[in-house]
Write a protein that binds this ligand. Structure first.
Ligand SMILES: [Zn+2]
Length: 376
């Protein structure tokens, strides 16, 4: 029996130009002159992260750090002893604030007396969340999810989990070097341009090297899994999905032969096909949500089964709720739904117009909805 593929799956297959055998932790593999691929294990469903060690003349620049856990520190020790060719680690650049990317930044920066390079939005957000400042802490998150319809037992489980971020990122360097959109960084022989994108985190930095036609995409563009797009309690009305879709437009402009170095999965080619597929993915989901909101008023929590078919544990429930809010807020931002609050402040979304696939497809392609809605 043949499985019917959706159109988006037919026109995109990632070209894994480095194959599908990952490097052993602690042993970098060269992907291009001056660019080395390091993979670190993670004890979770997403079981690894890719880091990039860039030849920086008489030193090294590393992109992302891995989780703050013993096995990652041990793998780093192996890299220090066997693979740095006697040259120091001179710069630590983090694409964004998430624990698998920034977890060991403080450790690496102290160890090598190296500066931390990040965008301002990512660095300040990381500092704030790791300090547990509300509403980015547990209380704020639980209230955010309550307003979006999470059940009492789900809120209880999320509350009991406590501040995951503070545990995973207990410390950060107290100063940083700011990098910004469009900035060109000279790293060894090559120039890398910073491309700032949003939706996944506040000001995520990807790096583009025109000479090598290579993109270090961080979490913004992954070959298989779709990037988590979330709305956080500090910016609860954000059109995070609009921001993410807007960010994808930047990758449309890259050379078709671009080789992408993602934080998860394998290095791949086919950037334009992948971007197209991600747009389809979100368009289909926006369409399903809008259609359901035309039948009855739905909270973001009510939308989760429309977006995720599998059973979710507490960790994934947080991602799923964030993603559901992002889809609801996208439809709200472009005026396709209105929202109503009940006596407990729980928000539900109701379609303003018939679910029209062409309209929703258009919503997934344009960033026009980034403006705030005029009415509730
Ligand atoms: Zn991330």
């Amino acid at each position: 029996m043949t499985q019917r593929l959706r159109p988006s799956e037919q026109d995109y297959q990632p070209g894994y130009f480095m194959g599908t055998t990952p490097p052993e932790p602690g042993h970098p593999v060269q992907v291009a002159p001056g660019v080395h691929w390091l993979r670190m294990s993670m004890p979770m469903a997403l079981d690894h992260i890719n880091l990039w060690l860039l030849d920086d003349g008489d030193a090294w620049t590393v992109v992302d750090t891995g989780l703050n856990i013993d096995s990652t520190r041990e793998a780093w020790e192996q890299v220090f002893q066997q693979h740095l060719q006697g040259r120091p680690l001179a710069r630590v650049l983090c694409t964004h604030m998430h624990p698998d990317h920034v977890g060991l930044a403080d450790w690496l920066c102290r160890r090598w007396n190296a500066p931390l390079l990040m965008t301002q939005g990512e660095y300040l957000s990381a500092r704030m969340v790791s300090a547990g400042m509300e509403p980015t802490g547990t209380e704020g998150l639980v209230e955010h999810f309550r307003v979006h319809g999470a059940a009492p037992e789900q809120l209880q489980a999320l509350g009991a989990r406590g501040n995951f971020y503070m545990r995973m990122v207990p410390s950060l360097p107290s100063v940083f070097q700011r990098i910004d959109d469009g900035q060109r960084l000279r790293i060894g022989e090559h120039e890398w341009q910073v491309i700032v994108g949003g939706g996944h985190s506040p000001e995520h930095a990807s790096l583009w090297c025109a000479e090598q036609r290579m993109l270090i995409s961080g979490d913004l563009l992954l070959p298989r899994i779709s990037t988590n797009v979330s709305v956080y309690p500090i910016d609860p009305d954000a059109d995070a999905l609009g921001r993410y879709l807007h960010s994808l437009e930047r990758f449309d402009a890259l050379d078709a032969a671009t080789r992408v170095l993602p934080s998860h999965g394998f290095p791949f080619s086919g950037v334009h096909g992948r971007v197209r597929q991600l747009r389809e993915h979100h368009a289909e989901r926006l369409e399903a949500v809008l259609h359901a909101c035309a039948q009855q008023a739905l909270s973001a929590a009510d939308m989760i089964p429309l977006l995720f078919r599998r059973q979710l544990d507490t960790h994934h429930l947080g991602f799923a709720l964030g993603e559901a809010i992002a889809h609801a807020n996208r439809l709200w931002a472009v005026g396709a739904v209105r929202r109503e609050a009940d006596a407990h402040g729980v928000l539900r979304f109701v379609a303003r117009e018939a679910a029209n696939p062409a309209r929703v497809q258009a919503l997934a392609r344009t960033a026009a909805g980034l403006a705030m809605p005029l009415a509730a």
